[in-house]
Design a protein. Structure first.
Length: 214
C-alpha cells in the first residue's frame, strides 16, 4: 500500500511540474524526442516501427514483468524495479543496435561518394548520379537509394526526394552528404567533382577517428 501511495504522489508531483511549463515548449520537446527516437528505429533497421509502438511494447513488457515479479517475490518494490528495467530494455537494445549500424556505415560512405564522383565525371547529372547508387553503390546503401531513384522518376523534384532519402537513412554522415549535394544543386557551379573528392577524403579521415570520442 505504501508503494502505491508513493507512486500516486509521484505522478501528482510530475503533473504539477508539467503544468508549470508552456504547452508549446513541452510539445517542442516531445517532438524532438519523437524524431530522435524515430531516427534510432530507422538506424536500427526497423523503420516500420514507430515510437508509439515501441512505447506500447515497452509498457507491455514492464507490466508483464511486474506481474510475474509480484507473483514470485510478493514484494511490490522489487517487482517495480524489475519492471522498470524491463520496460527500458527494448529502447536500450535498439540504441545499441543503431550505434553498431552507424559505426558499420562509416567505412561505406566514402565509397558511396566515390561512386557519385565517378558518375558525375561520366557525364551524369547529379540526380542520375545519386540514383545510380541504388544499382552500383555499396550493398548496404542500395535499397534507400533505389527508392530515391523511384521517387525522382515519379516526381522529378530533387530537393523533395533528398528529404525523403535523408529520412530513410537517418544517419549523421548521410545528412552532411545530402546537404552538400542540395547546396551544390541550388547554387550551381562546375566544381562538383572537386567537392565530392574533398568530401570523400574528409569522410575517410573522419572514419579513422574513434567513434567514442565524438
Amino acid at each position: 500500500m505504501g508503494v502505491l501511495i508513493g507512486l500516486v504522489a509521484g505522478a501528482g508531483l510530475v503533473l504539477v511540474w508539467l503544468s508549470c511549463w508552456e504547452r508549446t515548449v513541452l510539445v517542442s520537446r516531445r517532438s524532438r524526442r519523437h524524431q530522435a527516437l524515430q531516427d534510432v528505429l530507422v538506424q536500427a533497421g526497423v523503420p516500420t516501427v514507430g515510437p508509439g509502438a515501441l512505447y506500447a511494447f515497452s509498457a507491455g513488457v514492464g507490466v508483464m514483468v511486474m506481474l510475474v515479479g509480484l507473483a514470485l517475490t510478493r514484494s511490490p518494490a522489487i517487482a517495480c524495479c524489475f519492471a522498470l528495467m524491463a520496460a527500458a530494455a527494448p529502447e536500450v537494445l535498439l540504441r545499441v543496435r543503431a550505434r553498431r549500424r552507424r559505426e558499420g556505415l562509416r567505412d561505406v560512405w566514402p565509397d558511396a561518394v566515390d561512386h557519385l564522383a565517378s558518375g558525375v565525371r561520366a557525364g551524369l547529372s547529379l540526380p542520375e548520379a545519386v540514383a545510380q547508387l541504388g544499382e552500383r553503390g555499396p550493398a548496404e546503401l542500395r535499397e534507400p537509394f533505389a527508392r530515391f531513384a523511384a521517387d525522382y522518376r515519379a516526381t522529378g523534384r530533387f530537393s523533395e526526394c533528398l528529404d525523403l532519402l535523408k529520412a530513410r537513412l537517418a544517419d549523421p554522415v548521410a545528412d552532411r552528404i545530402i546537404e552538400a549535394l542540395r547546396l551544390t544543386r541550388e547554387v550551381g557551379g562546375t566544381d562538383l567533382g572537386r567537392l565530392l573528392k574533398s568530401l570523400s577524403e574528409f569522410l575517410r579521415e573522419d572514419a579513422h577517428i574513434p567513434y567514442t570520442v565524438r
